[in-house]
Design a protein around this ligand. Structure first.
Ligand code: FEO
Length: 390
């Protein structure tokens, strides 16, 4: 499909993928690849290896038997570079461009592939006829090699993973989806992929700020044309770790005791006027919760004590959260216990490792909470919310 004059989307839709290296993708994704047809022909980004023939077929549908001159690898992660060896076999004279870190990663992933690689630096350009491409490295958004490419004449930023969304339902442009649903998918993507790299994201946004941009073409999901101000505003907010006065309560439970505490805490937040989202880990995947975590200032985590530990589901969530490292959050631990009661201190220690503020001691209740203890938990939620608001 021609997305702008001489610029074609030639990637692949992966509508069936439901798990993306541990991150749940409920509506699949796309691996976007863009072909710029000018005096010379350029391909920006590739697709995952199983979709290589789809990519090559899409390319041939546009350029027939013409050759590709330039291959720009914005990012070496295999969901984008997997098809590169097949592309090189089809177009062996093409030169490959990317950062020096991209070159290292490609050499490690594809030692058999012969490629003429040119390492590029910030601001370097490639003239391909009427069009000029400018390279914008954006290290750690989200790998060391990550880069964007800017096509000045068409005002297109090829942003690679940045500003992407896992949407594999066939839409090509942002205007084809309701805005809030689209921003939720972009937020879910940011929270699960980009969240640890807020400061690097802000640097990348600053680097792109002077550019005239009419189209943002990421390597996953839909192309931004209509809602560029909205998504850039969200990225600035997320990149700065800005949060709302909202709480998320994540827990698992064995015999409903910790669940009852979670419900009482929820009621406490509600009565204190703080929007709250309780999440039973039996009902949602850990990556699905990150959209709630992204904009919530208050993170409450609960587990019963199980064999002197916390429940594996809660440990899994906290391990995932530690890797994603949300900043500027306030936390609390809670849970029921029978005799030894390690869960709450265990969770508290993990929340400390996340550098969360912990204004109150964790809430522990023995066996099953009595009505008065549930009332205490409710009051505890109100008190916590009031401390936070105050
Ligand atoms: Fe979509 Fe970092 O790969």
């Amino acid at each position: 499909m021609e997305i702008k004059s001489g610029v074609y989307a030639v990637g692949a839709v992966d509508s069936k993928i439901r798990m993306f290296h541990g991150y749940q993708t409920p509506i699949g994704t796309t691996y976007n690849s863009y072909l710029i047809v000018d005096e010379q022909i350029t391909l920006i980004d590739f697709v995952k290896a199983p979709f290589a023939q789809t990519l090559l077929s899409n390319i041939r549908a546009v350029i027939g038997g013409r050759r590709i001159d330039h291959l720009i690898c914005n990012h070496a992660e295999p969901d984008h570079s997997g098809a590169l060896p097949d592309v090189l076999k089809a177009y062996p004279a093409a030169k490959v461009y990317g950062t020096a870190n991209c070159q290292k990663a490609l050499a490690a992933y594809y030692p058999e592939a012969e490629m003429d690689f040119q390492a590029v630096k910030a601001g370097e350009t490639l003239h391909v006829g009427q069009n000029t491409l400018t390279f914008i490295p954006m290290p750690m958004v989200h790998w060391p090699d990550s880069m964007a490419t800017y096509l000045a004449e068409q005002k297109i930023l090829f942003s690679n993973d940045a500003l992407g969304q896992h949407i594999g339902t066939g839409q090509v442009f942002d205007s084809e989806l309701p805005l809030e649903a689209l921003l939720d998918r972009a937020g879910d993507y940011y929270a699960n992929i980009v969240l640890p790299y807020g400061s690097q994201t802000m640097k990348a946004l600053e680097a792109a700020e002077p550019l005239a941009i009419e189209t943002i073409a990421p390597s996953h999901g839909v192309i931004w044309t209509k809602h560029i101000p909205e998504i850039l505003e969200r990225y600035a907010r997320w990149g700065n770790n800005e949060t709302d006065e909202k709480a998320v309560i994540v827990y698992d439970s064995m015999y409903h005791s910790t669940e009852h505490i979670a419900n009482a805490l929820t009621e406490g937040f509600v009565r204190a006027g703080v929007p709250v989202r309780p999440v039973d880990l039996k009902t949602r995947h850990i990556s699905d919760i990150l959209l709630d975590v992204l904009e919530a200032k208050y993170i409450c985590v609960g587990s019963p004590t199980l064999n002197n530990q916390i429940m594996p589901s809660v440990a899994s969530f906290l391990t995932y959260l530690k890797g994603l490292s949300p900043k500027n959050r306030t936390g609390i631990a809670f849970g029921s216990y029978g005799w030894s009661g390690e869960a709450v201190p265990n969770i508290t220690e993990r929340l400390k490792q996340l550098r969360m503020k912990l204004p109150l001691e964790g809430l522990r209740i023995n066996f099953k909470p009595s009505p008065s203890e549930l009332n205490e938990a409710l009051e505890f939620g109100k008190k916590f919310a009031k401390i936070l608001k105050g």
